[in-house]
Design a protein around this ligand. Structure first.
Ligand code: SAM
Length: 162
């Protein structure tokens, strides 16, 4: 498969899954965490499909398309390894949804990321809250959710805190 095909498949899966989860996420109180602003595409989509939820966005820097810039209160700058651990006073309630899009292109680096990320995300999620991640996470207090048709196996992982 070409990199173009792979990219299209990834973007399509992201959109299908995000929209598939809306009703379940809306059953849970709490803000949304967007880990990885990047260009702001998925943040822009999240704010469209969750007009009533507060969305906090994490990244090293704000380097997105100008139309997708979160306001200062909701843009949490720095290494997620630090900011996710200390965002409680600012974010407040535990999260109803976390979208994690911070994988690297290197499998060893990805292993290191999931090692520090899993316990941090566990602490920030509400019971019933849903995590959608491009990286597979070892989350003891979560169940894996079924994905809708059209999502390539292994492409995305969806977990719900029990
Ligand atoms: N979801 C975004 C979009 O739709 O445009 C794309 C996100 S991009 C693939 C990944 C982003 O995660 C990059 O902007 C990178 O700076 C950020 N990132 C990766 N690891 C991070 C970390 N440890 N702390 C903060 N930001 C991180």
């Amino acid at each position: 498969m070409s990199r173009l095909d792979s990219f299209i498949r990834r973007m399509t899966s992201q959109k299908i899954l995000m929209e598939h989860l809306v009703d379940r996420v809306n059953e849970v109180e709490g803000p949304i965490l967007e880990l990885g602003l990047g260009n702001g595409r998925t943040y822009d989509h999240l704010r469209e499909i969750y007009p009533n939820k507060e969305i906090f966005v994490f990244d090293f820097t704000m380097d997105c398309h100008p139309s997708c810039a979160p306001d200062a209160e909701h843009m949490i700058l720095g290494d997620i390894r630090d900011t996710l651990a200390f965002c409680g006073p600012r974010v407040g309630a535990k999260a109803s949804f976390a979208h994690i899009d911070i994988g690297s292109a290197d499998p060893t680096n990805d292993l290191a990321i999931v090692h520090w990320l899993a316990p941090l995300i566990d602490k920030r999620m509400a019971v019933g809250g849903i995590v959608m991640s491009a990286l597979e996470l070892d989350l003891a207090n979560f169940e894996a959710l079924e994905k809708p048709e059209g999502i390539h196996p292994g492409r995305y992982h969806v977990y719900r805190k029990t």
